[in-house]
Design a protein around this ligand. Sequence first.
Ligand code: PBG
Length: 332
Amino acid sequence: MKSNYQQVSDSVITYCRHRRLRQSEALRSLVRETRVVKSDLIQPLFIVPGSAIRKEIPSLKNQFHLSVDQCLREAEALLKLGITNVLLFGIPEEKDEIGSSACKPDGIVQRALKNLKKEFPELTLTVDVCFCEYTSHGHCGILKGQSIDNALTLTELDKQAISLAEAGADILAPSGMMDGCIVSLRSALDSAGFQEKILMSYSAKYASAFYGPFRDAVDSSPSFGDRRTHQMDPANSDEALREIASDIEEGADIVMVKPALAYLDVISRVRDNFNIPIAAYNVSGEYAMIKAAAEQGLIDGERAMLECLTSIKRAGAGIIITYFAKEAAPLL
Ligand code: PBG
C-alpha cells in the first residue's frame, strides 16, 4: 500500500491520492468506468396520419409529430448519426372504445413499419404494444365497467402484436403492465410463425408523474381514473424484482425499468439480481425538465443530458430509450 498512500509529515495520518488519476482528460478517459455509446440508445418517434408533416410537439421540445414520409427522412438522419434503433408510437386517425385501429394492417404504425423496413433494413424497429394511444377513453386495455379486463386485453394485445410483427416490427414492447402479457404474446407470436421476434417487457413500469409530456404528445391521458391499478407504486422495489422474475420466466428477452432517473436504485437492483439485458426508459418528463431548465439558463443542458445518460448506464441499464438519442449522438 506504500505507493498509494502518502505519509503526511511525521503524523500517522495517511491519505490516498485519488486526484492522481484526474490530472488530464487522457488520464480520466483511461480510467473511465462507464461509456455511453450510440448503440446503447433508442430514439422514440411519433407517427401521425397525413403527409409532409413535421410538427414540433409542444410538450416535447425538439421532438416532432411525423407523417410516414417524414419519419423516413428522420430515420435517414438518425442512421447518418449512427443511431440504429427507434421506438415507434402512433397517433391514429380515429380512436374508439376498444382501440381497433391499433390492429389494422394499414394502421398508422403498421404503415410506418412497412416503409421503414423496406427503405432501411439496417434499422432495428421497436414498437409500443399498448392501447392507450388508440382508445377513446385513454386506458391501456379493454374496459369492463370502469376497470381494465386483464384477459380480454391480453387477447387484443396478441392481435396488435401479430399485426405489428407482420408489418415488420423487430422488437415488441408491451407497455401496459397487464399480468401474463409476455407468455401470452410469446405463444401468440410463435404460433403465427414469429419465433424470431423479440419481446422487450416494460416489466417495472411505475405510475409516474413523469409521463405527462408524453400523454400530451399522444393525447392518451385517461378520461377518468388513473393507471395505478396496473402500473407500479413508486415506493416499491422488491415488487419490481418480482415483476422482472415473472417476465423472465414468461419468456421476455429484454426487461425494462421505467422511468429511469427517479428509479436508478431499481435498475441497480435488477442488474445485481438478474442476468438479462436491461433497458431503462428516460421518459418524457425527465427530458422536458432538462430542456426547460436549460432554456431558462439554469443548467448546461448538454452536460446535464450526458450526465443523466451516463448515470442510467452506470446504474446498470445497457439499453437506454431516450428523446436525447439524436442530440447526444454527435457527442458520443
Ligand atoms: C403507454 C406508454 C406511456 C409511455 C410509453 N408508453 C405512457 C403511459 O404509461 O401513460 C410514456 C413515455 C414517456 O413518458 O416518455 N403506451
